[in-house]
Design a protein around this ligand. Sequence first.
Ligand SMILES: Cc1cc2nc3c(=O)[nH]c(=O)nc-3n(C[C@H](O)[C@H](O)[C@H](O)COP(=O)(O)OP(=O)(O)OC[C@H]3O[C@@H](n4cnc5c(N)ncnc54)[C@H](O)[C@@H]3O)c2cc1C
Length: 384
Amino acid sequence: MDFTIPEELKQMQAMVRDFVENEVEPFAQQIEDEDKIPEHLVAKTKEVGLFGMSIPEEYGGIGLNMLGRCVVLEEMGRTHTGWVSLVGAHTGIGSTGIIEMGSEETKKKYLPLMARGEKIGAFALTEPNAGSDATNLKTTAVKKGDKWILNGMKHFITNGPVADLFTVIAVTDKEKGARGGFSAFLVEKDFPGFSVGTIEKKMGLRGSYTSEIIFEDCEVPAENLLGQEGRGYATALKILSKGRCTLGARSVGACNKLIEMSTRYAQQRVQFGQPIASFQAIQWMLAEMATETAAARALTYQVAWMVDSGMPVIKESAMVKMFASEVFNRVVDKAVQIHGGMGYMKEYPVERFYRDARITRIYEGTNEIQRMIIAGQLLKEMGA
Ligand SMILES: Cc1cc2nc3c(=O)[nH]c(=O)nc-3n(C[C@H](O)[C@H](O)[C@H](O)COP(=O)(O)OP(=O)(O)OC[C@H]3O[C@@H](n4cnc5c(N)ncnc54)[C@H](O)[C@@H]3O)c2cc1C
């Protein structure tokens, strides 16, 4: 197996690392304090094309394959999660549907704007009574003439208050339910009957907004049906499955940063007359952090390669999401421990990473659901 990153991608990696270090990191504390991504940073992120990383070149994006996206998102994962979430949700779950299943007409209409970051994307599946059980959707879409009329409510939607275009999954045939009765729609925030509801107050992810979105006789043009009528559940699963690889890369990036911060701190902090890095207890934590991160990285890149090779990755992408997020949580816990009391103080970014890591085991399908997917596929493969 060849693990070399292609030269062109190395340049992109260097560019993103430089951007993260010089343009984002200096504002990380400001994002945390103000719960807002500074406008100039959003503008610069657009300028360097990051909003278009997953959009094909013919529609104005950079057109990175999964390996390329993982390389970029690993670098992005080193900095403030709020900024990464804005871009990550847009380039992932917020645009995968239209890239993979959109009609030529909708692609031409939306993708160039999305590539430039002029239209921000979001994905809306979850409802108050349909979280892990996404088959229990209540939002309906009824065809009336040349429009679909949507009614219902979604919650916990990343980018909800700032997005312009939502990939929404709704019930089009109650009898059939998830088996042929759900459909996907592209809903613009300016369509009549669309509104943003409560914006959630969260444990972390400051600067990234999560909200309800509400449909009250919301009018969606017939051409904004995404993919085939009745295929909405499969569409949702496909979008989520693809995104899992990039979540792995983001977790690995955060781990890399935490290992660097912890190693540096351990070398500088003196107790009992010597740097704490000289104590075996600290060295073992660093060794475990580095080893687990390397394993998460290897799995992430292997699955990215499988995606790019057109292989099925239902089981493997669930493994990446589950494993990398749990490594992230273990690594950040050790990072706090190595920093001692300082690790608990807002003065050090490890405190922020600690809170931000927690969500990675919950969103885009909890890790219990990932385990169910992995085991389900295993049993299927063995003919059970
Ligand atoms: C910050 C944030 C951002 C999000 N962004 C988006 C978004 O952009 N778009 C979107 O559509 N959704 C989004 N979500 C929703 C997210 O995907 C759901 O929260 C998640 O799928 C879990 O659903 P739930 O919160 O309803 O928990 P529940 O489904 O109520 O689960 C509660 C607990 O029960 C467990 N559980 C449930 N069923 C089983 C089972 N069969 N076996 C074992 N354990 C089980 C779960 O694993 C969990 O531990 C976001 C959520 C958050 C918090």
